[in-house]
Design a protein around this ligand. Structure first.
Ligand code: FAD
Length: 125
C-alpha cells in the first residue's frame, strides 16, 4: 500500500476506534459497580496493548500512564476520554474538541436498555 493509502487506512481505523470508545463511555453506567469500573479500566488498557497501529498503541499507553482512566461515573469516564483524545489531537495538530458537545455527537440510537448486565468478565465468554 502507498504511504498515502497507509495514512488513509490508519485515519479510518482511528475514527472508528474513537467512535467506539466515546460511545462506550457515554453508555457506561451513571453509578457503576466495582466490577463495571474494573471492566472499563481493563478495556482501555487492553485496547492500548492490542491496538493494530503500533505507533498509536505506544502513544495511548503513555497517555494511560500519565492520565489514568477515570471510571467513577459515566460523566467522569466520558470527560476523561474526551481530554485524552484532545491530547492526541494536540500532538497531531488537530483542533481541540469542546467536551460540552459529547452527548450530541455520540448518540448511538441504542435505546434505554442498560449496556452492562453486570456480568463479571470471567463469565462473559
Ligand atoms: P478523529 O481524531 O479520528 O476524531 C473523529 C471525530 O471525533 C472528529 O471528527 C470529532 O467529531 C470527534 N472528536 C475529535 N476530538 C474529540 C474529543 N476530544 N472527544 C470526543 N470527540 C472528539 N494517528 C496517528 O497518526 N498517530 C498516532 O499516534 C495516533 N494515535 C492514536 C491513538 C488512539 C488511541 C486512537 C484511537 C487513534 C490514534 N490515531 C493516531 C488516529 C487519530 O487520532 C485520528 O483518529 C485520525 O488521524 C483521524 O482523524 P480525524 O481528523 O478524522 O478525527
Amino acid at each position: 500500500m502507498s504511504k498515502l493509502g497507509n495514512e488513509t487506512a490508519k485515519a479510518a481505523l482511528g475514527r472508528a476506534t474513537w467512535k467506539l470508545l466515546h460511545t462506550t463511555t457515554l453508555r457506561f453506567p451513571e453509578h457503576p459497580t466495582a466490577d463495571e469500573r474494573d471492566a472499563l479500566n481493563s478495556y482501555f488498557f487492553l485496547t492500548s496493548r492490542l491496538y493494530p497501529c503500533g505507533e498509536c498503541a505506544a502513544e495511548f499507553q503513555q497517555l494511560l500512564k500519565k492520565f489514568p482512566p477515570q471510571t467513577s461515573s459515566r460523566r467522569a469516564a466520558a470527560l476523561w476520554l474526551c481530554s485524552v483524545h484532545n491530547e492526541v489531537n494536540k500532538r497531531l495538530k488537530k483542533p481541540e474538541f469542546d467536551c460540552a458537545n459529547l452527548d450530541a455527537e455520540y448518540d448511538c440510537g441504542c435505546g434505554d436498555e442498560a449496556t452492562s448486565k453486570n456480568l463479571p468478565m470471567t463469565t462473559a465468554r
